[in-house]
Write a protein that binds this ligand. Sequence first.
Ligand SMILES: [Zn+2]
Length: 364
Amino acid sequence: MPSTVQLKPGVVFGETYKQLVKACKDGGYALPAVNIVGTNSLNAVLESAAKNKSDVIIQLSNGGAEFYAGMGFGDSFKAKVLGAVAAAQHVHLLAEHYGVCVVLHTDHANKKLVPWVEALIEEGRKYKEKHGVPLFTSHMIDLSEEELDYNISESARILKLLDALDMSIEIELGCTGGEEDGVGSDDIDDARLYTQPEDVLLAYETLTPLGHFSVAASFGNVHGVYKPGNVDLRPDILKNSQALVQEKNGLEANPIDLVFHGGSGSEKAKITEAISYGVFKMNIDTDTQFAFAEAIGDYVEAHPMAFNYQIDPENGEPYKKLYDPRKWLREAEKSMIARLDEAFVDLGSKGKSLATSKDHAVAA
Ligand SMILES: [Zn+2]
């Protein structure tokens, strides 16, 4: 059923985030969570969301945040913090003007990166003091490589800090295969690639009283894109987890807010099935990275002289109009937007933005 909820365009957090997640699950669609590394990829996400009249999730990995601050910054940890803050401020300033609702997220933080998240929570506290709203909507803590008890108790500790600021947490149960930004590993045994429903139940019972959380569950999903046959997606794992939590707690269908990692390159039918089991967020990075790069490759191939000479050595023609970074970076943005056009359709979120604006006004 289409949602009748309307939200102010801009960054959502706390109650408005929960309303958005509920609208996704009730409406049977999910939002792409796109990793960005700078203003080009960030603005491409905002533009594509506005164009598709969909709400969207913008996220940064620790490496993406560092890149946003600048690789020559000097202090890598500080760059990871300040880069994430800079990107979030950029979104806070622009999102409402693009007329859609935006969820601001950070990506995988394993045990080593917990201090990064803690520093961002402190930045969120300072921002909230000044502006009345937190910086990020939600942070991800990925302790899936640790013992389950530690994973859940540490996630609970951090969720308390987040909840005090009207923020949410995303945790991971079971291991997403592949590797992303140094987090994860290629050589985990197969059983761990599939989340155990009992683990989801334990997380639900521990975290529910503390605040809002979502769960990245593993159902054979893998970071990156691999040749067909390497990935055996089993969305029924999600179904079984939901069913167990529902039954044990006497709840309605799909009580857990689920996240699909490693969405790039996945079969469309498996995506649709995963959404039907309560997935509201699908991470996408590899495919949008390739779209960005592919367009630059094509552009350089089409205009090789402009990347070797400022002025044509034969006829003296100036190439400034072709090598101007705005030209080829814009091509990259357009290509990333075209890939996201596809994602909004695959996830069913096209045309479903909850944001109130002239363009998106929904008849009551
Ligand atoms: Zn992931």
